[in-house]
Design a protein around this ligand. Structure first.
Ligand SMILES: Nc1ncnc2c1ncn2[C@@H]1O[C@H](COP(=O)(O)OP(=O)(O)O)[C@@H](O)[C@H]1O
Ligand SMILES: [Mg+2]
Length: 280
């Protein structure tokens, strides 16, 4: 049977590609905002940064890629990525942070959120941990548990500072827009600040380049033409005359490429054809 894929994982949503075309600028901004904290955590008030853009604009993958950079560039600072789609309550977010920081928190229930918070912060202090916490799709937390839950996370550990401890948590908040911020009380808004990194929807040409890079990682050379990628980019790139929700969404484009490649594989052809892309 002819092979289409050489590394199918490179077309899955969780994959972190070697390069992120058209997100170099956003990655650089993250590195720059956090550079002082990464160099000497504990010596400064850690940054709080928001990543804002429509679905599929690369927010999650850029933040995770930054996480890999954090691990490489600092021995002291850890990176924690929390999905607020999966963790919609404060206690669930706190438990996930603890797990990712290898902090043992009792599995059995019966602890209040305040107790969980105290256990986490006591251990963080005892183990002398510093971390950058990314709260992904943070509007789910606010919609489900109210703005107060996020207010607590924005100030995570800061009451310990008044008792002589250091600032320990940098923060990345990821969301489609800034409406979550309007729901916060004034003092949480001011604690959060206004540092925003914008993620614009991708244009047709940008989607093409993203697809090309992913195809090179995922598919056998000669199993696809650039024409195939152009076809997908045509229906996925942002377009003035079409306001479809998926326009500018790289996830949508990569999913079409994966399905077309799968179809080619199933039909036993040795390359992906336009008809495989067109098939619904
Ligand atoms: N610049 C890029 N280069 C390569 N792949 C990208 C890029 N932007 C997004 N992707 C891919 O598109 C999909 C959606 O990106 P994601 O970061 O999940 O978007 P968001 O979090 O903004 O909804 C993921 O599979 C991701 O790897
Ligand atoms: Mg995302």
């Amino acid at each position: 049977m002819p092979r289409i894929f050489k590394n199918e994982a490179a077309l899955t949503p969780e994959y972190i590609p070697g390069k992120l075309p058209h997100r170099e600028e956003q990655l650089k901004q993250l590195e720059t905002y956090f550079s002082g904290f990464l160099e000497s955590p504990g010596s400064m008030y850690p940054p709080k940064v928001m990543l804002i853009g429509r679905p599929g604009s690369g927010k999650t993958v850029t933040s995770r890629k930054f996480g890999n950079y954090v691990v490489k560039s600092s021995e002291r600072v850890r990176y924690v990525h929390v999905s607020c789609f999966l963790n919609r309550t404060l206690s669930s977010v706190l438990k996930d942070i603890a797990v990712q920081l290898n902090i043992a928190i009792p599995k059995r229930g019966g602890y209040s959120t305040e107790e969980l918070l105290k256990m986490l912060l006591d251990m963080v202090r005892e183990k002398d941990v510093y971390a950058i916490v990314a709260l992904d799709d943070v509007f789910h937390l606010v919609n489900n548990s109210g703005p107060h839950a996020l207010g607590t996370l924005i100030r995570l550990g800061e009451e310990y500072v008044s008792r002589g401890d250091k600032y320990r948590f940098g923060l990345i908040l990821i969301s489609q827009d800034l409406t979550f911020k309007d729901q916060l009380d004034r003092s949480s808004q001011s604690a959060l600040g206004n540092t925003v990194i914008k993620f614009e929807p991708y244009t047709r040409d940008q989607i093409f380049e993203i697809l090309l890079a992913r195809a090179q990682e995922a598919l056998v050379d000669g199993a696809y033409d650039e024409e195939i990628l152009e076809m997908i980019a045509d229906v996925s790139g942002i377009n003035e005359s079409s306001m479809d929700d998926h326009r500018g969404d790289a996830r949508y484009a990569i999913d079409i490429l994966w399905r077309a490649s799968k179809l080619a594989e199933m039909k036993g052809t040795d390359r992906v054809l336009p008809e495989h892309v067109r098939e619904p």
